[in-house]
Design a protein around this ligand. Structure first.
Ligand code: SF4
Length: 221
């Protein structure tokens, strides 16, 4: 069994934040643990994950091809991945699916492709990329819009969405995940089954799926 190793400083991956930011998940401890440890054991990927990966790649290639046909300068995830370090020492890392630059390189559009059901966290993820990219290497000083692409529709996010309120919430969450105090742990069947941490690191992990059959009767209504 892989033994988790403490990191030298907090490292946060964007996708750990987006679901917490909009309340799609509530267990901050998972992100806190991963921010402070590396080489931790992970739950095995399912066959579903392989199918998801292939669907995602197919849609990604389609979006990439459409943008390329339009003559846009298109950067793939390996060309636009970033690591930015805050003054607190916390590192924020991410890898947008696609970044399409405007011709004059004053900015562009961040694309993220989603093959599942639309979630608010999809937009939050893109918004964190829109905040972070202008602080990274060749994108410094640029301004980005965002676009979440689903199989049957797209959601546009204007650059104005990265306002003070959004940044305040993002920085507060980054502060809690970076803190030496462990984040709140919220074990539940519905959340733990999507968490990649094993019971070796989180003994409270709940592996039983919630059942629709679980119910109790009351006489009040
Ligand atoms: S297994 Fe469950 S309780 Fe443990 S960190 Fe993951 S979501 Fe939280």
């Amino acid at each position: 069994m892989t033994q988790a190793v403490p990191r030298s400083g907090p490292y946060i991956w964007v996708t750990w934040l987006s679901k917490l930011l909009v309340g799609d998940v509530s267990c901050e401890w998972a992100a806190w643990f991963k921010a402070h440890h590396k080489q931790y054991a992970k739950m095995p990927s399912s066959l579903d994950a392989v199918g998801w990966q292939m669907n995602h790649t197919e849609l990604l290639n389609k979006v990439w091809g459409d943008l390329d046909d339009q003559g846009k300068e298109v950067l793939t995830e390996n060309q636009s991945s970033f690591n930015i370090r805050g003054s607190s020492g916390t590192m924020l890392g991410g890898r947008p699916d696609i970044v399409a630059l405007f011709e004059n390189e004053t900015g562009g559009t961040v694309y993220d492709v989603k093959t599942g059901q639309p979630r608010a966290s999809d937009q939050a993820q893109v918004m964190i990329y829109m905040y972070a990219l202008p602080h990274w290497n060749r994108f410094q000083g640029m301004q980005f819009d965002g676009r979440v692409v689903y199989n049957d529709h797209e959601v546009a996010i204007p650059h104005s969405a990265i306002d003070d309120t959004f940044k305040k919430r993002l920085f507060a969450l980054i502060g809690r995940i970076s803190s030496q105090d462990p984040g709140r742990k919220v074990p539940s069947g519905s959340e733990c089954r999507f968490c990649d941490l094993t019971s070796a690191d989180c003994p409270e992990r709940v592996d039983e799926e919630p059942s629709d059959q679980d119910e109790m009767e009351v006489s009040d209504f």
